[in-house]
Design a protein around this ligand. Structure first.
Ligand SMILES: [Zn+2]
Ligand SMILES: [Zn+2]
Length: 270
């Protein structure tokens, strides 16, 4: 698998974030010949540029906040008539994934509509909690997280290997128990570790309670309880530069050695 966007909330380009990367959520997962993409943040643009044509793949969207969707109109495989893409995602506010995706590409927000520019063979399959989808040898399951408007976590199991993508989640006792069960014994948990506990509680600025995000301390707690092999900190706070990411990771590793902070373009083999 490969991380193409690891930043939370808003792209944060510039020399101070160049190493961890400034693009928002996007992860490429390969299971044999199958291509699975998780989220369509701005990181998906660079992924699309380097995918050999024709592109055949499945895209899973956690939820439709800008930082998880905004890269889609610049994901060039959708302009290519030889590509085939299946979009999976939750129904929200009474709208299914097809309606929401075409809704974000409309005036006055965007110059061209999906009907005008989508040339690939695109289909849409709603995904909801407890759904279980088989793609080649991979099984994808979903679970609702605690986030304003909710967010779907995905688990991929393939040939005895497993990864859980759980971003945009505010820790909460009952929800945490469900996530621990969902991530049980997985090889890697990718977790929304946007804040520190001190930031979350407001000890270093505005409190972040109710904003829909979690902390690395909760990531460690959940990963340990679920007996996860590797914890990947994800959805980094946009103002956290490379030096402070390094410092944060050094602190986290004192509590859990098997942890890394995801970096843009980083590859991980499970
Ligand atoms: Zn987000
Ligand atoms: Zn969100």
């Amino acid at each position: 698998m490969r991380f193409w966007g690891v930043r939370g909330s808003i792209p944060s380009p510039g020399p101070r974030t160049a190493r961890y990367g400034g693009n928002t959520s996007c992860i490429e997962v390969r299971c044999g010949d199958e291509l699975l993409i998780f989220d369509l943040g701005t990181g998906v643009r660079a992924l699309g540029e380097q995918l050999p044509r024709p592109v055949e793949g499945h895209v899973f969207v956690s939820h439709y906040h800008y930082d998880h969707l905004q890269g889609l109109p610049f994901f060039t495989p959708i302009f290519d008539s030889t590509s085939r893409l299946v979009f999976h995602g939750p129904t929200r506010e009474g709208q299914n994934i097809a309606q929401i995706i075409s809704g974000q590409m409309q005036r006055p927000y965007f110059p061209v509509t999906t009907e005008m520019v989508f040339k690939a063979k695109v289909s849409y399959e709603p995904m909801a909690e407890k759904d279980r989808l088989t793609i080649g040898g991979a099984v994808v399951t979903a679970m609702e997280l605690n986030h304003p408007g909710k967010s779907l976590a995905y688990r991929v199991d393939y040939r005895g290997r497993s990864v859980v993508y759980a971003t945009d989640n505010e820790h909460e006792a009952r929800a945490d128990e469900r996530l621990i069960a969902f991530a049980k014994n997985c090889d890697m948990l990718i977790y929304d570790a946007m804040y520190t506990d001190a930031e979350y509680r407001g000890e270093t600025g505005t409190a972040k309670v109710g904003w829909g995000h979690s902390t690395w301390q909760h990531g460690v707690r959940i990963a340990n309880a679920a007996q996860v092999k590797m914890l990947a900190l994800f959805h980094h706070e946009p103002t956290r530069d490379d030096a402070s990411m390094d410092r944060l990771l050094r602190t986290v590793r004192k509590h859990r050695k098997a942890t890394f902070a995801a970096q843009e373009r980083q590859r991980v083999e499970l």
